[in-house]
Design a protein around this ligand. Structure first.
Ligand code: ZN
Length: 208
């Protein structure tokens, strides 16, 4: 261990997720996961499952209902479909994050942006790819979190996907409250501003 590292800040994982790629990793109770938006305005689509039993997983509905707010901010507790706390947002340098905008798919791209987008890579492909390695399938796809994505809600309830509020080097740090398996899609979307029309890499750092 390096002498300048405090034991509580011991880095046990530090990797770059390439633009458009999936990522999956287990984060143990007490560990933190920092997600860094290296180049700015990059949506990071995020699901998580209880490692011991993946029938229990992140629930956007339970999380929103419990905190009485649709945005995720510092201090937000991410709840499971059993109402149990899975992770908490320890710190964030982006004001708020989305959990209602969903994940992009070939089907939604075709509907929104035209049939010529049918062959473009999408977050649902990444989720299915990563989850397949753990024996999960389409039935395990649930509403996700979109870190760094700006989805304002208008007074009439309409949603937008607008230019990001993130910027190069901004980050969010999550503390695991139980052992969780995190599945990420580094969003490949190029038809709306969620990635500034240019998908870029993100960095994942896990500390003990
Ligand atoms: Zn996406």
């Amino acid at each position: 261990m390096r002498e300048d590292l405090n034991a509580s800040e011991l880095v046990i994982y530090d990797e770059i997720v390439p633009a458009r790629a999936p990522w999956m990793y287990d984060v143990l109770a007490g560990q933190t996961l920092e997600i860094i938006d290296l180049e700015g305005n990059q949506a990071v689509d995020f699901l998580m499952y209880v490692t011991a039993d993946d029938a229990e997983r992140y629930s956007a509905q339970d999380t929103i209902a419990a905190q009485g707010n649709i945005f995720l901010r510092a201090g937000s507790t991410l709840l499971s479909n059993e109402g149990r706390p899975m992770m908490v947002i320890a710190t964030t340098t982006v004001e708020y994050h989305d959990t209602i905008g969903g994940a992009c798919s070939c089907e939604s791209n075709t509907l929104r942006y035209g049939h010529h987008t049918k062959s473009q890579h999408a977050c649902v492909d990444n989720f299915l790819d990563a989850n397949a390695r753990a024996g999960r399938n389409k039935r395990d796809m649930v509403s996700n979190i979109n870190w760094f994505m700006n989805v304002p809600v208008e007074a009439d309830g309409a949603l937008g996907i607008v230019d990001g509020i993130s910027a190069p080097g901004l980050s969010v740090t999550l503390k695991a409250l139980m052992d969780v398996t995190v599945v990420v899609s580094n969003c490949p979307q190029i038809n709306n501003p969620c990635n500034g029309f240019n998908p870029t890499p993100v960095r994942m750092v896990i500390r003990a």
